[in-house]
Write a protein that binds this ligand. Structure first.
Ligand SMILES: NC(=O)c1ccc[n+]([C@@H]2O[C@H](COP(=O)([O-])OP(=O)(O)OC[C@H]3O[C@@H](n4cnc5c(N)ncnc54)[C@H](O)[C@@H]3O)[C@@H](O)[C@H]2O)c1
Length: 506
């Protein structure tokens, strides 16, 4: 069926944007909202979004007028009698959604398709309560709907494939990328995003790293558009907690069990930006502190140690790169631990091992002065103390990295350090989702790039990082913490040992 007329029920945060998407796509939209004030707000939000598009030259005033003219306001569901498709965008409560669908059963044509924009409820449960469950489907838009290109099209065991085809075809006509998946908690994007955000909270609450360093590790170190704690503040801590609870019920395990701190902040009313404070206080929150002033404290000469021989293949190259960078910043670099005094820099890799390197170099008497530095990329260094490192040495090491033109995060000497400890379990979850047949690599990558703004999808990131490196870090994390959530899935191990990519690229 070619969908031409649609109803949107609920014109709140998401509904107004979804109505705009349909109207921009040339469809006739009837918007039904229970609360007159919410209707006025929703229509005003739609109008101001179109005005912004005109100001930015994306639409002409005439086009904006045509789009607005396609949206009709209605007070009751009976006004949707002629709709080919009705999308419900009412609050995330099963009772409300069921009530709306029961009324739609009475109001609409028998061949109309009903879509739910639910993020966390079971589409199957919603469908099973209706007269025509074969025509009930999930159509999960991302916020803001006019901007984000991903639409997760969620089918249930009851869904008529023709209805799924019509809805996916419509999403494409609207300029979106549909990813068709079965009904499972969190679908693709939220099932991958939320456990990663939860892990970031756990690293904060256990004192693994500071909130700023956690966020900076993922923006500067992994290239993500926003740090996880800043993102939680944006999504809302209460919303995130609710989605995690649904995921925990479905999947169990530490990745999904909400971190205590997330629950406590929610209990305290610190819900993120919307309440004025979450992990950060707003409006100033989340700003990255400037480190430039630190450079003055950098020593003029250091001793550089290689990491433990054979720690990993790239270690010699890393030491040479760090030596070059320091020398380029005018710092005298000695490679002989027996000579000299002052700061000892260990050019560690993602596996860490500061004290092992000091012991191997028979430089145990300089342990308090030894600090690991890992070059993550051209912008960021992880600065890593051992349990014996003095505070003075840490300050000098950060100053040194800043003088060499890098930004820094402080990470404990644990497998993956900070960037890898956050990133690899996240990428592992994506590989596990592919391995268990829920989504194809291209769907996983589309979901995270188009729904969450990632510059590259997690499967591509894994392939680019090297599966052997990923498997080694995950195995070390699994051994260190004993949590099966870190164990590399067999598919990743198999591809790593065969030298294959998870998603071959043309
Ligand atoms: N907010 C997000 O970022 C986001 C993203 C993706 C999906 N979702 C999902 O979209 C749905 C709506 O979320 P939201 O954030 O837009 O909620 P919201 O509270 O902002 O809007 C819901 C609207 O529905 C209206 N409503 C309630 N009962 C109604 C009825 N019987 N008939 C007509 N209108 C009714 C309310 O008055 C309200 O304006 C939820 O299922 C949510 O999980 C939200």
């Amino acid at each position: 069926m070619e969908i031409r007329t649609v109803g949107v029920v609920g014109l709140g945060t998401m509904g107004a944007g979804i109505a705009e998407v349909f109207a921009r796509g040339g469809l006739a939209v009837t918007a039904v909202e229970a609360d007159p004030q919410a209707l006025a707000r929703g229509m005003a939000a739609l109008a101001s979004s179109l005005d912004r598009a005109v100001k930015r030259g994306k639409l002409t005033p005439a086009q904006s007028g045509e789009i607005a003219g396609r949206v009709t306001q209605a007070g009751k569901l009976a006004d949707l009698a002629g709709a080919d498709l009705v999308v419900e965008v009412v609050p995330e409560q099963l009772a409300i959604k069921r009530q709306v669908l029961t009324e739609l059963d009475r109001a609409c044509r028998p061949d109309a398709i009903f879509a739910t924009n639910t993020s966390s409820l079971s589409v199957t449960t919603i469908a099973a309560g209706t007269a025509h469950p074969g025509r009930v489907i999930g159509m999960h838009f991302f916020n803001p709907a006019p901007v984000m290109r991903l639409v997760e099209v969620v089918t249930t065991v009851l869904t008529d494939p023709a209805a799924a085809g019509s809805v996916s075809g419509l999403a494409e006509r609207l300029g979106k990328t549909p990813v068709q998946v079965s009904d499972r908690a969190g679908f693709v994007a939220n099932a991958l995003l939320l456990p990663y955000l939860n892990h970031a909270v756990r690293l904060l609450e256990t004192g693994y790293a500071t909130r700023e360093d956690i966020d900076r590790a993922m923006t500067l170190g992994a290239g993500l558009p926003m740090g996880p704690l800043t993102l939680l503040d944006l999504i809302g801590l209460d919303t995130s907690l609710a989605v995690l609870e649904v995921l925990a019920r479905e999947f169990g395990g530490t990745r999904y069990t909400p971190a205590s701190l997330l629950r406590r902040l929610t209990d305290a009313g610190r819900l993120g930006r919307k309440s004025g404070a979450g992990f950060y206080a707003y409006p100033d929150g989340g700003q990255v502190p400037d480190e430039a002033g630190l450079a003055a404290g950098a020593p003029g000469a250091v001793t550089l140690l290689d990491p433990v021989a054979g720690a990993d293949a790239a270690s010699a190259g890393r030491a040479a790169a760090l030596a070059g960078l320091l020398a380029g910043a005018g710092i005298e670099v000695s490679r002989d631990p027996a000579a000299g005094s002052g700061l000892v820099v260990v050019a560690i890799g993602a596996m860490g091992g500061v004290l092992d390197a000091v012991a191997e170099a028979e430089a145990g008497d300089r342990s308090a002065d030894a600090v690991g530095i890992r070059l993550v990329n051209a912008e960021l260094a992880e600065v890593v103390p051992s349990p014996l490192t003095s505070a003075v040495a840490m300050d000098k090491a950060r100053a040194l990295a800043v003088k060499a033109g890098l930004r820094t995060v402080t990470a404990p000497d644990r497998p993956g350090l900070l960037v890898g400890a956050l990133l690899y379990p996240h990428l592992r979850d994506a590989a596990a989702m592919v391995a268990d047949g829920y989504a194809r690599p291209s769907d996983v990558d589309s979901a995270m790039t188009l729904g969450c703004g990632y510059p590259r999808g997690p499967i591509r990131m894994l392939d680019e990082a090297g599966l052997a490196q990923a498997a080694a870090i995950l195995s070390a994390m699994h051994a260190a913490y004993g949590d099966p959530a870190f164990a590399p899935p067999p598919l990743l191990m198999a591809c790593a040992s065969a030298g294959l990519a998870l998603a071959p690229r043309g």
